[in-house]
Design a protein around this ligand. Sequence first.
Ligand SMILES: NC(=O)c1ccc[n+]([C@@H]2O[C@H](COP(=O)([O-])OP(=O)(O)OC[C@H]3O[C@@H](n4cnc5c(N)ncnc54)[C@H](O)[C@@H]3O)[C@@H](O)[C@H]2O)c1
Length: 268
Amino acid sequence: MANDILKGKRGIIFGALDEHSIAWKVAEKAAEEGAIFTLTNAPIAMRMGKINDLAAKCNAEIIPADATSLADLDNLVQGSMDKLGGKLDFVLHSIGMSPNVRKSKPYTDLNYDFFQKTVDVSALSFHKVMQTTMKLDAMNEWSSILALTYIAAQRTFPDYSDMAEAKSMLESIARSFGYHYGTAKNVRVNTISQSPTRTTAGSGVKGFDDFIDFADKMSPLGNATAEDCANYCISMFSDYTRMVTMQNLMHDGGFSSTGITAKMLEKD
Ligand SMILES: NC(=O)c1ccc[n+]([C@@H]2O[C@H](COP(=O)([O-])OP(=O)(O)OC[C@H]3O[C@@H](n4cnc5c(N)ncnc54)[C@H](O)[C@@H]3O)[C@@H](O)[C@H]2O)c1
């Protein structure tokens, strides 16, 4: 299916942990479409994950960065421009983590230090990435910055816990920074709201298997897979979507517009 639609484009891809990660699929497809990019993840994730395999496959260099550290981000963005030979055309923020979810804290008994960590890793990091690229004047005109989000930002899914607040903030940051980046440099900023997907981050949410099945039945097209999501990301990095910015783009097989489906009403 590759058509070289990202030929000549340079980028940074955050968040590829293993072959299930959405970012992993985006990296594979970006390479197929002719892009060159650096891969990054938190140093600790790098030891647990398989990012070296992906780097070899995509002919990409790895620059570790904790996305909450401005010093790490500075090193990553400058290093990426140096290694790739110029300014950037795309960035994928594919990062999420809640210590409250990990430690199964009920929503009504949250640990607030954990909550701050959730917000810093899952939302503020997006602002930090863009503030860093802006200060370093690292993005080309009409370049595209994306983050991945989930519909719990708009509707309550109880076990998503404090990640819901983080995703609401993430989407708001995309709009606010999108205004400033668009006005200053014609850089576009969007979030893609993806169906539940079997990945390390996704599976950390309690009752995930029932939940993924529910979402599938409630979506006229079924759940969007990680590959589908990667294809959408590639189109958003391409020149075919130049005028799309400050949007939260639903990528969910129709879930967000559906009230009830025949599949949900089927009795066994
Ligand atoms: N899986 C789903 O059901 C689903 C649905 C909608 C949106 N999303 C979003 O997609 C994105 C990617 O998640 P995924 O499902 O591919 O899972 P994943 O676990 O493969 O990816 C999450 C990544 O975040 C990275 N990360 C965590 N803390 C970090 C830090 N401090 N600095 C840098 N990186 C850090 C992890 O190492 C990991 O690579 C997340 O934003 C997630 O919330 C996932």
